[in-house]
Design a protein. Sequence first.
Lengths: 120, 511
Amino acid sequence: MGNTSLLAACFVTYALAYAGMTALCLAMEKHYVQAMRGADLPAGRKKCLKVMGWSLLALGILSSIHGWNPTIGIVVWSGFVSVAAISVVLVLSYFPTQVVQIGASTLVMGLLSLLALMLG
Amino acid sequence: MKKTFSLSMAWLHTWFGLYLGWLLFAVFLTGTMAVFEHSITHWMQPEASIDRSAPLPSFEKQLEVGQAYLEQHALREKGSLWRIIPAGERHPTLDVGWRDKGKNHEVALDPYSGQEIDIRETEGGEMLTHFHYTLLAGIPGTIIVGLAAVVMLVGLISGIVIHKRIFKDFFTFRKQSSSQRSWLDAHNVAGVMMLPFLLMITYTGLVMQPLVFLPLGIKAAYEDPRGLRADAVQSFDLPYVGEQAALLNISSLLPRARESLDVVEWVVIKNGGDASAVVEFYESINHKISAVANHAAFNGVNGELIGAQTEWRDSTYIFRAFVGTHVAVFGGWTVSWLYFIGGTVSCGLIATGLVLFTIKRRKRPENEFGAASGCVYRLIEALNVAAVMGSINAILIYFWANRILPADLAGRSDWEVRAFLFTWLASLAHALVRKPLAGWRDQLVFAVALCWLLPVYSWLSGQPNLLSFLQRGDGVALGVESTIVAFGVLLAVAVPKVSGAMRGVPARRKG
């Protein structure tokens, strides 16, 4: 694997894990309130966020298995999930109002890079 | 019953965590460094930092250079184990070595010119790895670290029990709350997020040392404990004959070695120069978790294939998978950095736990030690400083000693280790003299200065530094030194917080 595609694979795995963790975080009442300046979390949206969060994490496993191999991919993925979860905690406590924007833009960049990896 | 159970778990977590946390911090910190032990060793041998802008000579060419050097210099006797490790991405020099009276003799060669590099004597990153699992005290040290690891597992499990709100507080870090609350949140978040890593690293660390921790099972099955290894790793050695014979050109065997092996990383020559010489090629273990190195052996005189081992027993695969997940040789830089981050956060977990003990009691003394409580708390505060800041500074001083001590000083590597060990003593003495918070602040500032001034000192004293590593394209050494500087930034963030706490100002509140 070349250096560029290695970096891209790292970024995709991290970005998907980060976006997934952000979604799971927002699916919790108290953090949703924190991030949305006091707005209530509708039940439907909560479910939607949960599904999105778990699917992004799952997609992350697939992309890291694709980037490395099944065994190393899972180790790499679980490492990135831990690091992503810690980053979400830091963003949530230092920039609570930007959680959504940062999460969404990471998701978009992650998916675009994933696409680029699969095509290139 | 439940209340008693979680209270007893809390007691266990508090006291075992405190008494072994001091040791665990040092073990985790040196273990975190051990991820990059070879990079650190390379950085600690600045003479070996050569211009790498030109592409490396081929593997074959390097083998030829290594072989020529060994034939000229290495000892030719029974059991002389010649080794050639060509330079590569993570390995900046062409290393050759042989065994001399049971001791390994290592020489680094310039992979471009084949010239011997005169390297300062240092134990490098290996010293930190060695400390990580022996405390530099041999088997008794390993047993102590093992006990600490058991206590770590107890701490993790009791921590899960007393935390209770693992999922509810999964993302909770209330930095604006009281200092005790924020420290507890940080401790919990670090513990929960890193739980898979922590359980894995502690468990595999214990399982890795069966000869020390589970000797009886092996004794029951094998008369000679070496039999265990012989059962796992096939030996293709030939009996020593004691007749001189010319060694064939090793690199000519490479195409045939590659028929059974994937990526050849290094070569061992047994009984070099003798008619019984065996040339053994080893495969890189970079791409698999189970750290078993497939190998292929050839007769060193006539070039016949003696045998190759690419299949292993299931038990060997499993055991080496435990070892592999612990030492993380697989997965290249990505996995190394993930382990490094994981280790750093784990150190943070232990440090916050230690700090919590004292913060809780500073606020509301529990007088667990009767009339002596005040004094004992004071001692605990000092030991906390020495365990956390002492460990950090000890490693930094070790790095400094490497740059300050004259390159040709006799017994130089011992002095480096002494500087490393004495820093702890100095740190403890300082922490006992100063008030607790002042002790933390002083040693933090000292550590920041050590991190940031190291490149400056190297530059002023005319030694390789950030700039020259960059110019030479020596990414490994550059990475080590910039990580040290970056760590200074991380530590510097803590300085104003401690100073704030000294003035009795609570952490800045927002809104």
